[in-house]
Design a binder for this molecule. Structure first.
Ligand code: MEV
Length: 305
């Protein structure tokens, strides 16, 4: 079995595309998994889709992301198409800001390279998954593939080596799904249009997000969990100004706060997908229930450490 985890972005999504820092953590309990059996030709059994896909990498431009990662792995390892069946399954909801595309690609690449007896190291894997991310949206910052491949909390600045973030005091997040799928590349494209049309208004918003991410890093490293809540709310307000929230996300953020969360915000590309709420052992169940009552289709808790 080969696998890769989901992720949540704690602070700094979207602004990270413009060079600001961001912080993301893996969600190790939610995973994409892949296993291999001998086969004839290369086939991928996508269990969640109920489909078996023959993989064709003969074309110059491969636009299917599963075929693309296969092609990139085989090129890197200098190997021909093997006789192999790879079965993929994912517990990570798609198009919901939890990194399902990158996690599936990482699990698949690990399975393929492992079955060929040449397992990829994380640095190589990370750069291959980044190539796949580029086909989803043209200007990915690289934070999603990085946190998913290394499976560690990261403080990330585009174009710089990721820094492992030390979380001094573990804390619990409730992750709740609006049930509205949303494509990251659409939200990223819309922010780009907004930025190009009104740089003088948008640049200060991006700068303010960058500044609060630095404060959040300090709070995480010193174990000042209480300081994180207000920073999450401020980050959510800035994301609203970037137009990437939605009525459903705002409703869930309000519901979490009314139920006693210390802070809450959308996480990932926005417009739908998931939000996160910072809770204590005393408020965790109350916040989860409130989110489900307010319309979340799913809510679960994850320990960040
Ligand atoms: C998506 O998880 C995070 C975004 O900042 C896009 C990116 O960093 O590439 C919205």
């Amino acid at each position: 079995m080969y696998s890769a985890p989901a992720k949540v972005i704690l602070f700094g999504e979207h602004a990270v595309v413009y060079g600001q820092p961001a912080i993301a953590v893996p969600v190790s309990a939610l995973r994409a998994v892949a296993s291999t059996q001998p086969g004839s030709g290369l086939h991928i059994v996508a269990q969640d889709l109920g489909k078996t896909l023959p993989i064709d990498i003969s074309k110059e431009v491969v636009d299917d992301s599963l075929a693309l990662i296969v092609k990139l792995v085989l090129q890197t390892l200098k190997r021909p198409l093997p006789d192999l069946t790879i079965t993929l399954a994912s517990q990570i909801p798609m198009a919901s800001g939890l990194g399902s595309g990158a996690a599936v690609a990482a699990a698949l690449a690990r399975a393929l390279s492992g079955a060929l007896g040449q397992p990829l190291d994380n640095n190589t894997l990370n750069s291959l998954i980044y190539e796949v991310e580029k086909t989803h949206h043209g200007t990915p910052s690289g934070i999603d593939n990085t946190v998913i491949v290394y499976e560690q909390p990261v403080y990330f600045v585009r174009g710089q080596p990721p820094e492992r973030l030390i979380i001094r005091q573990p804390f619990t997040l409730v992750v709740a799904d609006t049930g509205k799928s949303a494509l990251t590349h659409v939200a990223v494209g819309d922010v780009r249009q907004l930025y190009d049309a009104q740089p003088a208004r948008i640049q200060p918003v991006l700068d303010s997000i960058g500044a609060l991410v630095k404060d959040a890093r300090g709070a995480l490293e010193s174990g000042d969990t209480n300081a994180l809540g207000p920073l999450m709310l401020r980050n959510h307000a800035y994301l609203k100004q970037l137009t990437v929230s939605s009525p459903e996300l705002d409703t869930l953020v309000d519901a979490a706060m009314q139920a006693g969360a210390l802070g809450a915000k959308l996480s990932g590309g926005g417009r739908g997908g998931n939000m996160i709420a910072l809770v204590t052992p005393e408020t965790q169940t109350r916040v989860e229930k409130a989110l489900l009552r307010a319309g979340a289709v799913r809510a679960f808790s994850t320990l960040v450490s």
